[in-house]
Ligand binder design. Structure first.
Ligand code: 6GU
Length: 310
């Protein structure tokens, strides 16, 4: 997987590339990255990348010419000129309700049968980037991350070059740089070999629940969406007592069946507490449901449209 980042703050990413999983993936050649300084594609004395918005209003807009030049320098033509161009990710064809197979990016990847390059505009106006988006983009050879700045990017760049527009959440950031780092981090973790095992994607695609598979078989943290769509369980390490709080006894018991049950219950509790919305789409066993109901959960539509077996 190759990432190309187009930004007016190239130095922003240096620390990000030099730490943790991303650093190792880069060092091992499992992913690679190029950072394009947008100012390198200007031609005036002041290296101007922005201009005032037509129609007036606050702030500045990133000019189209340097962005187009930066993209062309990466061998990326306008969509209309790309051979075997994939369909643009039409908003009306993309649902944001989290339903399966409605993931931002999925369609473009699936229909653009040949894995290739996609240009992604990062902006608060984009489709929401989720774990499923990260997974859907993984077959690509190259992902170009165009970091918006100021009040926006001239929309013609979006129209002419961008395959999709992504947002990382419902808040306003000063620019797309943090979002680009988020997208690259989330995707890099999914590249086979990066986390030292190939089990996690298999695990996710089969939606196996924590109660059915041991930590050793998985070998990666079962965080949200990697564990049947639930939040992760709490973790403890030595010392067994800290700040007057003992680590849960069951975790020291060596009883792995009990440990799995406890962790599953903790996942359900945490998800109910912090992200009850995830429960409506999580993969839940009958036992999970009984547990959740005993904790006060009311399934969507309950009791009139409560889920029934068969
Ligand atoms: Cl990708 N950009 C900006 N400017 N704000 C955001 C965002 C992106 N995602 C959430 N908020």
């Amino acid at each position: 997987m190759r990432f190309e980042i187009i930004t007016i703050f190239p130095e922003f990413f240096t620390g990000f590339f030099e730490h943790g999983v991303v650093r190792r993936a880069l060092k091992d050649g499992l992913v690679s990255v190029g950072v394009q300084d947008l100012r390198e594609f200007t031609h005036d004395r002041h290296r101007t990348v922005d201009d005032r918005p037509f129609g007036g209003g606050e702030g500045m807009v990133l000019k189209p010419e340097p962005l187009a030049e930066a993209l062309e320098s990466l061998g990326i033509a306008a969509k209309a000129e790309r051979g075997l161009s994939p369909p643009t990710l039409a908003p009306e064809k993309t649902r944001q309700d989290g339903a399966p197979h409605s993931v931002a990016g999925t369609q473009a990847v699936e229909e653009g049968a040949v894995a290739g390059t996609r240009v992604i505009l990062l902006s608060a106006q984009g489709l929401r980037f989720t774990q499923a988006t990260a997974r859907a983009l993984l077959p690509l050879e190259r992902v170009v991350l165009l970091c918006g700045r100021y009040e926006g990017v001239d929309e013609r760049i979006n129209s002419l070059y961008c395959d999709m527009e992504l947002s990382i959440g419902d808040y306003v950031l000063s620019g797309g740089e943090l979002a680009a780092a988020v997208v690259m981090d989330a995707m890099t973790r999914l590249v086979p070999g990066v986390l030292g095992n190939e089990a996690s994607s298999e695990f996710e695609s089969f939606g196996i629940t924590d109660s059915e598979i041991s930590a050793d078989e998985i070998g990666v943290p079962r965080s949200q969406h990697g564990s049947g769509g639930l939040l992760d369980y709490p973790h403890y390490t030595r010392p067994a007592e800290f700040g007057g709080l003992a680590a849960p006894e069951v975790l020291l018991s060596g009883d792995h069946q009990q440990i799995r049950r406890w962790r599953r219950e903790q996942q359900l509790r945490k998800t109910l507490e912090n992200r009850p919305d995830l429960l409506d789409r999580a993969q839940l066993s009958d036992e999970d449901r009984r547990m959740l109901v005993s904790l006060g959960w009311q399934p969507v539509g309950w009791p009139s449209r409560g889920r029934r077996q068969g």
